[in-house]
Ligand binder design. Structure first.
Ligand code: HEC
Ligand code: HEC
Length: 353
């Protein structure tokens, strides 16, 4: 349609103009998508397609093996706990419980964060005590309340007793004389996790698709940036790049010392890794203690404790709608439970003690 000189608007044009005005008055004008995209691309950025590690190149044989190990409960003392027990890949990489249950029903002190996109974090765990997913994967099998194996050698004994694992480790680590090691288990699981990335409608929006976000989500994106959430939740994960104190403006009462547990420094008290907000609508309950039962409440607490802002419910709802645009998916074939190689005659029996 050609633009018309407003002075020469006919009667119909005038009526249409008035109708437009009436519309604009009844609902808040939607933010301009192009402007928002430009701002958002400076702060966030599209999710990469793979999380690379120069020291552990992602190869197909490692990913195939890593997926099996991720699901293999024989890496636990009683053959009943695997990575997937607490990071269910058909439940956005979480177990949905405030804190997780491991060996002999023992309950841990922190909420299980999602394994999806975790490979892109600058550090692993709420307190960042491990540098990457390869190192992180060496923790749970030996954690007495998680998988409860006595030591790395015991895990290697199990892996070497399962005949089907020998060719798979050999293929994944072709230059190693003894490919079945505890460290290589971590590398294979890590390589698998490096594929667990979840592109979402928000990425489509960042790349130029105006329709990927609806008006409420656009308003929420603007609100998220204008409120100052992006001071901490930035980068393609909307987090995962820094430590920050929980309770910057208004103190947050919680016994967990966070990073201080790792460094012993009082100045690190209640410093936590800023979590990624990818899939956050699906990974409740929220916060390191799993005590926050709704996403809206998590947003309200964040605004209050981190920014000293009291957000009205409709503002919270906008931000919540925007966070919903971060829900993505991984290739179903990549994460489906694989068939595991059968135990051998020497595979140790489950030990419930
Ligand atoms: C019994 C439950 C349980 C099991 C089993 C378990 N995890 Fe976890 N996982 C957790 C909890 C709880 C945390 C957070 C602990 C913390 O931060 O101190 C965590 C943290 C992580 C993280 C860090 C994510 C982030 O945002 O920092 C990754 C990655 C991860 N686990 C992967 C694995 C893998 C791989 C396995 C198997 C080798 C595994 N987990 C087994 C409960 C479990
Ligand atoms: C000063 C830094 C900072 C600011 C600003 C901030 N956050 Fe956070 N955010 C954090 C930290 C740190 C955590 C982890 C809290 C914990 O220990 O449980 C977190 C956790 C969250 C969680 C829970 C994630 C999960 O998986 O449990 C949500 C949701 C969230 N933030 C949203 C927001 C929103 C929305 C805003 C703006 C209103 C905001 N944040 C502002 C640092 C910040």
């Amino acid at each position: 349609m050609r633009h018309r000189n407003p002075n020469r608007l006919g009667l119909t044009g005038l009526a249409a103009g008035l109708a437009l005005l009436a519309c604009a008055g009844s609902a808040q004008a939607a933010p301009d998508a192009a402007d928002l995209r430009e701002r958002a691309n400076l702060v966030f950025g599209v999710l990469p397609s793979e999380a690379q590690n120069p020291e552990n190149t992602v190869t197909e044989p490692k990913v195939v093996l890593g997926r099996m190990l991720y699901y293999d409960a024989r890496l636990s003392k009683n053959h009943d706990v695997s990575c997937n027990t607490c990071h269910l890949l058909d439940k956005f990489g979480v177990d949905g419980d405030p804190t997780s249950t491991g060996h002999r029903g023992q309950v841990g002190g922190r909420n299980a964060p999602t394994s999806l996109n975790a490979a892109l974090h600058f550090r692993q765990f709420w307190d960042g005590r491990e540098p990457d997913v390869e190192a992180q994967a060496l923790g749970p099998p030996l954690n007495p309340i998680e998988m409860a194996m006595p030591n790395a050698e015991a895990v290697e004994t199990v892996l070497r007793s399962i005949p089907g694992y020998a060719p798979l480790f050999a293929e994944a680590f072709p230059s190693d004389e003894q490919p079945i090691t505890y460290t290589n288990m971590g590398r294979a699981i890590g390589a698998f996790e490096r594929k667990l990335l979840t592109p979402a409608p928000f990425d489509a929006f960042l790349k130029g698709d105006d329709d990927a976000l609806d008006a409420k989500q656009l308003a929420g994106l603007q609100r998220f940036m204008d409120t100052g959430c992006t001071a901490c939740h930035m980068g393609p994960l909307l987090g995962g790049t820094t430590y920050q104190k929980l309770g910057v403006v208004h103190p947050y009462d919680d016994p967990d010392k966070g990073l201080e547990e790792v460094t012993g420094k009082a100045s690190d008290r209640r410093m936590f890794k800023v979590p990624s907000l990818r899939n956050v609508a699906e990974t409740g309950p929220w916060f390191h203690n799993g005590k926050v039962g709704s996403l809206a409440e998590a947003i309200r607490l964040m605004a209050y404790h981190q920014l000293g802002t009291e957000l009205a419910p409709e503002r919270i709802a906008e931000i919540e709608a925007f966070l919903g645009s971060l829900t993505g998916s991984v290739d179903a074939d990549l994460v489906a439970k694989p068939e595991l190689p059968a135990s051998g005659p020497d595979t140790p029996a489950p030990d419930p003690s």
